[in-house]
Design a binder for this molecule. Sequence first.
Ligand SMILES: Nc1ncnc2c1ncn2[C@@H]1O[C@H](COP(=O)(O)OP(=O)(O)OP(=O)(O)O)[C@@H](O)[C@H]1O
Length: 341
Amino acid sequence: MPALAPEVAAVRLAVRRALTGLPGAGPVLVACSGGADSLALAAAAAFVAPRLGRPIGLVTVDHALQTGSDRRAADVAAWAAGAGFAPAEAVRVDVAGRPGGPEAAAREARYQALAEAARRHGAAALLTGHTRDDQAETVLLALARGAGPRGLAGMPPRRDLTGMPLLRPLLDISREQTRKACAALGLSPWEDPHNADPSYARARVRADALPALVRALGPGVVDSLARSARLAAADAAALDELAAAALPAASSAADGPAGVRAPGGGLAVAALAGLAPAVRTRVLHAWARELGASPAALSHRHVGALDALVTDWHGQGEVHLPGGLRVGRRAGRLTAAGPPG
Ligand SMILES: Nc1ncnc2c1ncn2[C@@H]1O[C@H](COP(=O)(O)OP(=O)(O)OP(=O)(O)O)[C@@H](O)[C@H]1O
């Protein structure tokens, strides 16, 4: 019997770790584009899941943005059916008319379709094939736009996708390993032309920025960026916890000791002023979200303007937040009004 390729073993081990102890009896659903990362993930899941008594399914999304995309989706679904996935489904989505650029619109449509499919099949979790290289690219892109620790934390290995657990078992596996795993298993991955399209920032990072860093600083740079993401994630989680405790305290300080906390009830400036800036800005961000400001539209500029009501008060006017909300400072409190109508 030929020896098991080390890359195949590494991917299987990563998937086994992610699936062990997963609650719920439903299938795990692999989100597979047919690319090397998610194909290696699917092949590993097909091996590991049955051994853990876990059913497996696979969904591939057809964004209908390129000619032949329907054939690619059908090929992936057919391979999956043959490899024992049930369901083995190709889902077509309509990307047109969504907000943001084409990349963001395709991602939103894809995640919506994947979450819907996972719910429809009673899945215990959805699995994606993001690798350590994807993580390093995410961190570089976050650095380039001046993100804080939450952005630099990159992608978590596990998150909630509208009520469905989304797992990323391959965050410690390199893209080279997924390619080698596919080759060792005789699988021919699909090459997504978008991955090489220089009009996408991520494609430029993948093709130019990261290879330039590796040339200048050595091959360890990808692993180092992924490690920085893990460290930033731990710090961001600790700061989020501090902020989660400080928000009700600042809110009840504003309402008086017997006050019942209500998001619109205001925040006490004195309580906010005593917080470390990293905690205070998180409290203000969380409060703005509670008030109804959409997280996607809430920017550093909005939070900075709220912070200035506390730390740089000179009688300035109200701060306008997304969704028609207005926040002002009166009698030692930040209070909110709106949206209009
Ligand atoms: N069309 C699709 N259908 C289903 N899942 C997808 C699709 N596109 C991406 N995914 C999922 O999202 C993950 C990340 O995709 P992305 O395109 O960002 O990275 P990638 O490195 O090109 O991945 P891959 O090599 O697996 O295509 C994939 O590994 C896969 O799990």
